[in-house]
Write a new protein. Sequence first.
Length: 134
Amino acid sequence: DIAQAFDSCRVLSACEALYAAGAHPKTIALFLFEQLELSLHPAFAGLDIEQICFDGVLKRGGEDGPFSWNLFLAWIVDMVATCWAAPQCRYGIEIGVRRITHVTWSDNVFLFAKDAAEWYKIVIDLTEVVSNTA
């Protein structure tokens, strides 16, 4: 679920994805500050309402959400795609002269394999990286 992925993404993982994509350290610092220091202090008709802290890394509904998600997703998939294309694995399917292991579209990752056993290995690889990183 994309909403769950947005909500459970670790701040450090998002910063690492930005760094891997070549973002300037000052930009990453601003991103980090926004994620850790952003809060809301509601004041309604003199009522005493607790501060609400925003601790989700990728903000759903914002204009930067899709860009941030795709940057994070590319960083995650790059960790395993190199292995999938390696001679000892050679996962994916051949289309002409290209080997296709995955395609991303919006918040979806489509995985391609020669058979069910290979597909299972690809899913496990991706799941482990997401579990250990995100």
